[in-house]
Each structure stands twice: as structure tokens, then as C-alpha cells.
Design a protein around this ligand. Sequence first.
Ligand code: ADP
Ligand code: MG
Length: 700
Amino acid sequence: MAEFWKPGSEKPRILEDEEGGVLFFSSPYSSSSSGFGYSSIEKQRQRLPVFKYRTAILYLVENHATTIVVGETGSGKTTQIPQYLKEAGWAEGGRVIACTQPRRLAVQSVASRVAEEMGVKLGEEVGYTIRFENLTNPGVTMIKFLTDGVLLREMMDDPLLTKYSVIMVDEAHERSLSTDILLGLLKKIQRRRPELRLIISSATIEAKSMSSFFSSSRKRQQDTGEDCVPRTLPAILSVEGRGFNVQIHYLEEPAPDYLQAAVSTVLAIHDEEPIGDILVFLTGQDDIDAAAQLLTENAQNRGRHSSGLIVLPLYSGLSRADQDLVFSPTPKGKRKVVLSTNIAETSLTLEGVVYVVDSGFSKQRFYNPISDIESLVVAPISKASARQRAGRAGRVRPGKCYRLYTEEYFVKEMAAEGIPEMQRSNLVSCVIQLKALGVDNILGFDWLASPAPEAMIRALEVLYSLGILDDDAKLTSPTGFQVAEIPLDPMISKMILSANALGCSEEIITIAAILSIQSIWVSGRGAQKELDEVKLRFAVAEGDHVTYLNVYKGFLHSGKSSQWCHKNFINYHAMKKVVEIREQLRKLAQRLGLAIKSCEGDTQVVRKAVTAGFFTHACRLEAFSQGGMYKTIRSSQEVYIHPSSILFRVNPKWVIYYSLISTDRHYMRNVIAIDPSWLLEAAPNFYQQQKPNQAAHGLI
Ligand code: ADP
Ligand code: MG
């Protein structure tokens, strides 16, 4: 057996350097291992770079309230550290070790890997929780993976998160909105629970700024040498990676279409380069499906040359079987091409990748508090991201990274770092969550990165109009508290609550479930015409939301048949998920005391309920030119109906959208036609708040 440090024994040999108020830990403490009697999985575990630091990590966690672990992707942070903690006894006495991830797919994948390594059934000793899916067994589960959003929700029932002994906040460099809120709240909890240990881990981190965040506003304790009192000074441990050299290739000229460029690059690699898997970074499901189709078609046309290419997508919402394919070893003589969102940038490691193709883009959320527009934008990544992406090619041997942009662009134009999500998001959900957790002075909250005051004011204004906050900016009862309890966007939650009064919660719950899925249609370039024709079978003039009700009805009628889905270009896997989520929402609605009633085809009440939640997204048709130009009522921003909408080219005078996606223009996705009088009905103070000359919004 390897000798591991145990609490109470002599501490390992470490170098300490208290420079700048930060405790550095530098040299690895290698542990001996006798090397017999281990299964192959155990050997694999020991080969990971993080294994050399096992003793050090356990020592630091024992002695420091907060430990920051920085280590390259694939070094074993996520899968190994929770196991080390469990082996050292942190899960004894009914306590649980938590490890958070910003992404749901990563939670599932990592939990399943750790269960496999430990030889246990997923959902028992090792479990996971994501929104609408809880695979844990209270009393049995010792290591629990969860999204940072879910951990925030758990705080509503258990504000001090008492069941956890150690909370590892993973992928902190991503600076997701929930990670940032979580870190602020965990810092508060630490003061009340000195026995709680935090591990903050990430691939690239401004370790010092994270460290000063956790050491600020506290009296520094003297090191008394007693092991029972954790030191409040965070420790930083850096795990040496063992990445191989990666050769970077740039384009000579900028590519007009990154998708096309990605496809040709993959084919060129396949033709010219020795065997080894290819990882392609694209932006989202639409892109990935389109690229997959182009690659498959190309392979068919070229016949023998391109055979041996296995094309696999990787994005959230993928079925478990499809996820497993991505991780399964590449068959001999074949080459895997994984088309991924930036989930493969740091959250997941794919073993056999030797070539990386980097589009230079990712889908990012941007919010402009002045125009009050939040949209998903395909935006350039940062240099830090580009380096991470390239690093994925050097996992097993020296690799190559093909950047689909010029070197000049990389050097001169790419931003060094990304902007934390906190500073580019609509803060409605964030405010409501903090309010529900009793943080009243939101502006005075201990932010890792302060949000823009304009964004905060906008959020308070909207929540007030939704009837969620009262004049004193406190949650209203029952609406505010109910909305906080529903794990969905507050506007969706408000729509569900309004449906109760309007007698259409059956329908609205279905709509809420479908909107929480990326898309229920099977997408892909080439099949667009057929897809459009099929959509007409379900289409109604009222818009996408009502059309979805028809799809759902059809799905139930077919006996939830996969063949029916296939025939109708509907994603069977997505529909199964809809049924599951709908069931969860129905239970939740019942728990909140809502009556589950159907309006029996009265689409007007359905649309009124949508309006009650989404009145801030109302738009009016201004011109038929350019395919129908709309302006938002709120801030007169130009928006257009997305081609994927049933109402594309129908152009009703008044519409409400669910979300915006921005490319060359702001496009509204999931659009419903409304009557403007419903806006005043739904949110009198919101529309009356406007200055008199703005009230000529067309409402009066
Ligand atoms: P880090 O968190 O430091 O990026 P991980 O703990 O995620 O590293 O990964 C450690 C190792 O475990 C990697 O070699 C990775 O390939 C492997 N691994 C992780 N998840 C899976 C999985 N689902 N299937 C197979 N191997 C996996
Ligand atoms: Mg990880």
C-alpha cells in the first residue's frame, strides 16, 4: 500500500513561502507505492499527475479552510481529489463530499467515471444531482457531483450546507454566474462553519486573486501548530501537468465560414496525418449537427478515402449512450472526430486526441443593461481559451492544433481573458436567489467581480414588475417565494404561477418543459426544407409555444413512439426528456399548491399566461422590409424573427419572444403572437413606469 498522510501523523515535507499573504506549496511530495495487487484501474489512477500530490492535498485540506488547486486539464483533479478525500475519511459519519461543475454533462460524465473507478453502482456511494435529475441515495452517497446551480438551490433548505464536509468548487476559471455567487456565499458559510473545507480547483486560474478573495476581511491567524484549527489563509497547490508539445498552425487568410473551414481541415488531417483522434471546437448543437452532416456526406462522396472516420457530436443534452461513444476507445485503424462545444475545453478529457481544430468561437451570453437585451452570441474566444483548446492535442503524444484564424488576429485582437459571466448576464435569477437566501443588501454582497449597477437596477425593476419583489425589495408572499422555489428562469416560473389563475397549467407546464430543452427538432444543414414542411403539420398561427403543444399531443398519441418522432423530424431523446421534466414540474406545481388544470384548447389563456411571465420581451412589427423588422417595446431595439420560428414570414403585429440569438442581427427564437392589451393587464406598473412620451409605445 502507498503510504498516505493521515490526520494526526507527522506532516509531510513541504516548502512554505508566505509571500504576499499567500501560502504556496511547491514541491511534489512523492509517495512510494509497492505496485503489486492493484487492478488496472488502480494503476491508471496512480499514473495521473495529481497522484503525486495526494498526500499534499490531504495535508493542505486538513490544515486550511480553503485550498486552491491549479492543474492542467486531465491531471485528475475532478475524478481523483473527491476519492482521496473519501479514502482519508472525510465522508465518514454520514458526511458528504461535494464536487460542483458548471455544466450538467460534465457532472454526469465525471460521476459515472468515478463510480466506475470505485467499482460501485452510480447513485449509491457516488451519485450526482443536476436540475430535474437526482441520482443519489441519502445516507449511502459519500461523493456527490452536482452543478453549482443545484448547490445554490440546496442552500435554500439548508443554508449552511451542513451535510457536506468538503465542497470542491471545480472549473472555477470558467467564472460561471453560479460559481461566482456560490463562492461569495461559501465564504459567508465558512465563517459560521470553521470545520467546512473548501477546495477551489481549475485549469487556469488567477490563483492569487481567488486567494485574496478568500483571505480578505479576516484576521490572519497565527500558525499555532495545532492541527485542529484550520488556517484561514488559503493554500495554493499547483499540479504539474505532463502535456506534450503542441504545434500550432494558423490560417494565412481569415476564413469566411468557420464551419466549412473546420470540415475541410478535418478532411485534410484525415488524408495527410498519421492516425490519432481529432477534436473540433465549434459553438453549439446547430453548428455541430451541420458539420457532422457535411463530414458524413463528404465521406460518402469520397468513398474509400474517408472511410475510417467516426464522427461524434459532444454537447449538453446528449443521451448517455452518445456520451459513452465519445469516451469509448477508438477501434483499431479508425479515427474519431469529436465535434464539441467548449465543454471539451477543460471540463472533459478525451484520451486519444492528437489533433485539435479550433474555430476560435464559442456561444456566449451577453447582456446589455442599457438596451435590456440578453442574447446568445457566437463570439470570439479569449487567448486563455485558445491555449486550453490547443492543450487538448498534447494528451497522449505531441500533437497539432489548427487554429481557423490568423496569427495576427490571435496576437493583436484576441482578448487575453474572458469576461466573468456575472458581468455579462441578466441578473434577474441571481437577485432572486440571493434574496431567497436572505441576502438583502445585494449591492453590498461580497462579489468576486462586481456586476454592473445598471444591470442590478434593471433586474430589481423587472422583479418588481413581475410582482416578485415588493416596494422594500423583499420577496413577496406567496409569489416571490414560490418563484424562488421553482428551479427555472423567474420569468418561466411566473408564467407557471399565472397559468394557475388562468386555468391552463397543464399546457403551460408542457411549454415550460419544452422551452427548457434546446430544441425538439432534429436539425442539420441540407434537410432544412423537409424540416420546414414537417413543422407545418403542427404549426398554428398563434406561434411556436402553441405549436409545441400540438407536437407534445402528437407524441403522446403515438404512444411516445420513436418512429413517429423520426417521421416528423422530432428529436426522440429530447421528447423523452420533455416528458420527464414535465413530470417533475407537475409534482413541483402540486407541492406549491397549484391546481393542474387544462384550458381545453383555449389558446388565448395560454398566450396570456406567457405574456404574464415574458411581458418584458414584447415587440411590435415596425416594417415588413428585410423579412419583418420588429422593435422591442422596452428599448426600441431592432429584432427579427428567427427562421426556425413558425412565425417567420408570418409577422404578426405584436409578438413576445422567449430568447434572442445574435449573429448579424438579433433574432427572436420561440415567438408567440399576442394582443397588446394583455401587456397592460399583465404588468400595469411596468408599462406605466415609462415616461409619457415613451408611453406612445403603441400600447395607448
Ligand atoms: P481534470 O479534472 O484534472 O481535468 P479528470 O479528473 O477529469 O482531470 O480526468 C482524469 C483522467 O480520467 C483523464 O485521463 C480522463 O481521460 C479520465 N476520464 C475522466 N472521465 C472519463 C470518462 N467518462 N471515461 C473515461 N475516462 C475518463
Ligand atoms: Mg476537471
